[in-house]
Unconditional design. Sequence first.
Length: 93
Amino acid sequence: WVRAMFTYHNIAKVVEPKRAALRVAEGKLRIADTKLRAKEEEVAHVEADLNKCMERLASAKQRRQDLQDDAIGTKKRMTAANGLIDGLSGEQE
């Protein structure tokens, strides 16, 4: 019985500091996990904002392309109209 207690005591002297270090490390881990979750939520919000901005950019690019296409069409119609006006002004003379 005395040997068992002696052995237990010697082992406990080695193990107890490790258990204390484990408790400290687990506390640090909980704090780090909390910070990680907060940062992950922040990243999710930023990614959502980025997606909204990307959608707005795509919409703006499409609008720009539509306006450019409309401008080209209008320019062609103006050229055709000027040709008709020139043709008709030649008939008046």
